[in-house]
Design a protein around this ligand. Sequence first.
Ligand code: GUN
Length: 310
Amino acid sequence: MNAQILNGTAIAAQIRQELARETAALAAAGTIPRLAVVLAGNNPASAVYVRSKIKACEEVGMASELHTPAEDVSTEALLELVQDLNRRPEVDGILVQLPLPRQAATRRVLDAVDPAKDVDGLHPVNLGKLISGNHRLAPCTPLGIIQILKRGGIEIAGKEAVVVGRSDLVGKPLGLLLLHEHATVTICHSRTRQLEAVCQRADILVAAIGQAAVIGERHIKPGAVVIDVGTNRLTSAAEVEKYFPGDAQRLEQLEKRGATPIGDVDPRAVRERASAFTPVPGGVGPLTVTMLLANTLTAARLRRGDGMTE
Ligand code: GUN
């Protein structure tokens, strides 16, 4: 099958252009949206993500600030920092990068973020609004997936959507967003029986499991649209040869960087069977940061009562 590649990089660039225009208009009216990021501890992957979030703010003309409490930060110190950010009127969005260091009480910290500044959409108030379909700030990766589907010309209403993975950040909120778009939604997880048979029903199959290439030929209905949220790493030449046969660029990347990325979906199977799919890298990833910017703009507008009805 000649599958359509859903190019997340191109879709993200298009949305960022729109956001840059809207940010410039808001700035001309006296408001520059500001994102505050809290990066606690020494998680190297988190540091990379946060750098890309700060850089993305700059690129669309938003202001940002980075707070970096140490690895041994207490829950109380994090709560104080969040409360200070809540109080500062010029801060529109607050993002607490996860995971927090082990001793920190993650839920208490996330719950302390002012819901009006919760650009991650993880506060119970915003999650409650998501259930009713009345949301303004929803989690970024699920919002990005909806954008990929819509801008990729994929019809959602009436389709069978199967989401594999039930995380708070992706699987659960995405299930709700797809439901609000009128899909028939199934959420699968580690206890799901006959996973392959359930996935085979999907017109839209989303893999958000966090394990390399576990969704294969037997999960994908011919002609399905497949969205791959996974960001795993292959670290051996034998694995790269297996999943990307004859791909010299991948082998070179492995040699240079010690790893090459792979999603939760077997890249050989998806090309054979899907009608459209997101690649890894360059699929869902670029949209996550982009929707964080979109949420920051939304928060800035809502907090100023600008043109959006509650
Ligand atoms: N860590 C991995 N993904 C995310 C995300 O979307 N938001 C936050 N805050 N932390 C993350």
